[in-house]
Write a protein that binds this ligand. Structure first.
Ligand code: SF4
Length: 315
């Protein structure tokens, strides 16, 4: 399987493209996640024609529709950035990205809480970086994060899980894209959805079941929209415990009472924050393989992303 493609702010890969001629290398993104994805670097300021180094810029005016202006000389780069972005978004559409990592706090690339100033240079509110805004408007379902938030292990796990789900979805829709394939896709993701949003699991299931009454294009786009929305909700410890107990139920006839007790103890230790999620998941994966439980063998929940990323190894 091809690796998922991720858009990324170029400076995060260590390229000297910042206004001061420097970079903002993020070693985790380049060296660790970079082994499992292919990056498509984007530097809006340099690609729209600004030099390196350059005068620093900021957002000015209405936070909902700010201008992009140089800090000291007040040169307005809004038109330049917007015209470039239209063409670049078309190119990015053809790249079939499965996610994007933005540079936090940048007036061009930042996806949230970017300071907006008035004409006198005083901060008046917060907005979204100019390129990040148009990107998110064009690709509203695509998983996006900034490198600052990815330092939070829960947000990192959630983001990378969604990238791989989006990647599998892209493979499905560019592959056979059949109703049978949709049923299989949904089956594979059931426990993962349950861990994030048990309520929408039922809704998604009924959408798939009513496939004959819904136009296929509408069905696929509605399914993806609800799926990505569901996965944005955190998989809390409580919801994970619920899924782990559910999985355990598949082995009630095969495993001994000792083994059952051991599983219950491990799940309870996870519940109390004494061991990370990977511990009960590893034990359940062991029984899944041992007893060749077909429904569980296909569950993405038991292997949502490469083990080497160690996203479930934190307490
Ligand atoms: S934050 Fe964005 S615009 Fe600024 S240097 Fe990095 S990639 Fe370029």
């Amino acid at each position: 399987m091809q690796k998922p493609k991720l858009g990324i702010s170029t400076c995060l890969l260590g390229e000297n493209v910042r206004y001061d001629g420097g970079h903002k290398l993020d070693k985790y993104l380049r060296d660790t996640l970079g082994q499992f994805v292919d990056y498509v670097p984007v530097c809006p300021e340099v690609e729209c024609g600004l030099p390196i180094p350059r005068e620093a810029i900021r957002l000015v005016g209405d936070p909902e529709n700010p201008k992009l202006m140089t800090q000291k000389t007040g040169i307005d780069h809004t038109q330049r950035m917007q015209s470039w972005a239209v063409k670049r978004l078309d190119e990015l559409e053809r790249e079939n990205l499965c996610g994007y990592v933005f540079k936090a706090k940048s007036p061009s690339s930042g996806m949230r809480d970017i300071k907006v100033y008035n004409e006198k240079g005083l901060p008046t509110g917060k907005g979204v970086g100019m390129f990040a805004r148009v990107f998110m408007e064009r690709f509203p379902l695509m998983p996006v994060e900034d490198e600052g938030r990815l330092n939070d292990s829960g947000l990192r796990d959630s983001f990378i899980t969604r990238i791989f789900v989006y990647h599998r979805w892209r493979n499905f829709v560019t592959g056979d894209a059949s109703i049978k394939g949709l049923v299989e896709f949904h089956t594979d993701h059931k426990l993962l959805i349950m861990a994030h949003n048990p309520r929408t699991l039922y809704e998604l299931g009924s959408m798939v079941a009513r496939h004959k009454q819904i136009d296929r294009e509408v069905l696929f786009s509605d399914y993806l929209a609800l799926l990505m929305k569901s996965l944005k909700l955190s998989a809390t410890i409580k919801k994970n415990v619920n899924v782990l107990q559910h999985i355990m139920g598949y082995f009630k006839k095969q495993i001994s009472s000792d083994e059952k007790q051991e599983l219950l103890d491990v799940i309870s230790s996870y519940h109390q924050g004494l061991v990370p999620l990977i511990v009960p998941v590893t034990l359940l994966n062991h029984y899944t393989r041992k007893y060749q439980e077909n429904y569980l063998l296909r569950q993405v929940y038991l292997h949502p992303h490469p083990l080497e990323l160690m996203l479930r190894n934190y307490v």
